[in-house]
Design a protein around this ligand. Structure first.
Ligand SMILES: Cc1ncc(COP(=O)(O)O)c(C=O)c1O
Length: 300
């Protein structure tokens, strides 16, 4: 299969990629979630040991409680339909999340893990000419993806005098041609929070043409505010959410929501060009987002 067709190749050259990088880009498109970009699976493998069954595992931020009872029951009910693709289940999840989040259905995508959209957003919005901006220390997965395709990563230290929040002013000033500015809130690995007003300031004052990606993998756990309202308000923002953490469904059923019209146009083009659409969701449409969160809050 010709993953990089001529139009896409021309687009990549126009964005500053060389033909030598096409092989890597094709690899990223086809294996976006699985390449070893220092994401949790890769880090977990580095520290893979034959742990005793009662060991306390901290290496991959997994939820030791596993999926809640309702999710396990829904997953079990799906097994008998395992011979069918059942794409419509993905449509149901997309519809449900769109209602819960108050964002347009076509702004919302369901993926098999938030690592894939994270890496693919790096591919869509950064290039050898447009750097990736992130916090230091921060979640390294996006920087790994940027290095893989030859994009520069600019690391902006967290503010030690301000609760180790992201320094949004320094991030906005880091490069006038930034492609993607990545905020992880709460931040991995520090667990520190950046205020909603600071993130709103960043979105209002970022360089023209750059996109802000807010990774909300741990936001439920912190009880911090979400930022989906900025997607609904058509800002140049991508939000990543995952079922891996609070919902205890590591590496399975996840969603990314976004994006604003211009972001959407690029991301939709990216999805279409790269053959990434909505994927079937293993747990089906039966796990209600807020319900699962309530169950975990009760159990915690
Ligand atoms: C901050 C952050 N973002 C994204 C991910 C990717 O998680 P997943 O691909 O399981 O959705 C992780 C995984 O630990 C993470 O810590």
């Amino acid at each position: 299969m010709n993953i990089l067709h001529d139009k896409l190749k021309r687009d990549l050259i126009h964005r500053g990629f060389s033909r030598r990088s096409f092989g890597r880009i094709a690899a990223m498109i086809t294996a976006g979630a699985t390449l070893p970009f220092y994401n949790e699976p890769a880090l977990a493998q580095l520290s893979k040991i034959d742990a005793p069954p009662d060991a306390v595992l901290l290496n991959a931020n997994e939820n030791p409680l596993g999926p809640c009872r309702e999710a396990r029951e829904a997953a079990a009910r799906m097994i008998e339909h395992g011979g069918r693709y059942r794409y419509s289940e993905g449509d149901r999840v997309q519809q449900l999340l769109s209602e819960q989040e108050g964002v347009r259905r076509d702004y919302l995508r369901v993926y098999a893990g938030s690592s894939a959209p994270l890496h693919q957003a790096v591919l869509a919005f950064t290039s050898p000419n447009r750097p990736f901006v992130m916090a230091d220390p921060g979640y390294e997965s996006g920087a790994g993806a940027a290095a893989f395709i030859g994009a520069e990563t600019i690391r902006v230290p967290l503010m030690k005098d301000n609760g180790y929040a992201h320094d949004v002013k320094a991030m906005a000033a880091a490069s006038p041609i930034a492609g993607l500015i990545y905020i992880c809130n709460p931040n991995n690995p520090t667990g520190t929070l950046t205020s909603k007003s600071d993130i709103e300031w960043l979105v209002a004052n970022k360089p023209a043409g750059s996109v802000v990606m807010i990774d909300e993998a741990y936001t439920h756990i912190a009880g911090a505010p979400f930022h989906t309202d900025m997607v609904a308000a058509d800002k140049d923002v991508i939000i990543l959410r995952t079922f891996s953490k609070i919902y205890g469904m590591a590496g399975r059923c996840h969603c990314a929501s976004g994006p604003a019209p211009e972001v959407g146009r690029v991301q939709r083009r990216h999805d279409a060009d790269h053959g990434h659409g909505r994927r079937q969701c293993e747990s089906g449409g039966e796990v209600r987002d807020s319900r699962a969160a309530q169950v975990y809050r009760r159990r915690a």
